[in-house]
Design a protein around this ligand. Structure first.
Ligand code: PEP
Length: 256
């Protein structure tokens, strides 16, 4: 399996800044066949960047889209509009769950809409600090995973990427802490078990599982060495070109 490095730019960069960043990143990194580099700019930058990106080197990812393909949904962008323009979409990010009020039902519809429109979903799941403190991590992971995948048929599970992002480890969260490889390894094992229960071991093995939470160039190697971790979802550090390029280099070394 490839190693996935996904940069989530969140609500940062103007279209011009995003374009300059992409230009520099494309010049800086070679075409690594075993590392899937993915960048997720704001929706407004997707169209121009889709014309600029070299898809041999990296892929384009939306940060969100709506689950209906067209209609009276003011302010939304559909997967049918993004079809062909982007390769991936982040769905169920904790910022959308807890700031924008998305629930598992809505997330499941978005996953289904993405698959229907040939956009590969990166389904984010993860417990909050208090859920972990109350011993609810396994239940939260199971619920978010089964909920988010509830409309995904066996034939489509290979198209899904899962990102485990403990909310308490995300750098922008107040008092964020670094997750330990043991803590991550345990949840990644659980994710694979739940996938196996639903889809069987053979299909479950094909689903990449990424980790996200305060990843930078110094800790990326340790996180990528955790058994079962197939890549990283990077927020803050992906905004710094040299740092993101270094993470890609680390992924290249680890995947050799
Ligand atoms: C994220 O929000 O998806 C994330 C992983 O952010 P950071 O790397 O900044 O913790």
């Amino acid at each position: 399996m490839k190693t996935y490095i996904v940069g989530n730019w969140k609500l940062n960069f103007t279209v011009g800044e995003a374009s300059i960043y992409l230009h520099k990143l494309l010049r800086k990194i070679p075409n690594y066949r075993d590392v899937e580099v993915v960048v997720a700019p704001s929706t407004i930058a997707l169209q121009p960047l889709s014309l600029q990106i070299d898809r041999h080197k990296m892929k384009l990812c939306a940060q969100n889209a709506f689950y209906r393909d067209y209609g009276a949904f003011t302010g939304e962008t559909s997967f049918s509009q993004l079809r062909g323009m982007v390769d991936y979409v982040i769905i169920g990010h904790s910022e959308r769950r807890y700031i924008l009020g998305e629930n598992d039902k809505m997330i499941a519809k978005k996953v289904a809409a993405a698959v229907r429109n040939r956009v590969r979903p990166i389904l984010c799941i993860g417990e909050t600090e208090s859920e972990r403190a109350f011993g609810e991590t396994a239940d939260v992971i199971r619920d978010q995973l089964t909920g988010g995948l509830s409309e995904v048929a066996d034939d489509d599970i290979e198209k899904i990427v899962i990102a485990y992002e403990p909310v308490w480890a995300i750098s922008s969260v107040k008092g964020a802490k670094l997750a330990s490889p043991d803590e991550i390894g345990e949840v990644v094992k659980l994710i694979r078990r739940v996938l196996t229960d639903i889809y069987g071991a053979k299909l479950a093995e094909k689903v990449p599982v990424l980790f996200g939470g305060s990843v930078n160039a110094s800790n990326a190697g340790a996180y990528l060495m955790i058994p079962g971790v197939n890549g990283l979802l990077v927020g803050g550090a992906s905004l710094i070109l040299s740092e993101f390029a270094d993470i890609i280099e680390v992924a290249k070394k680890v995947s050799q």
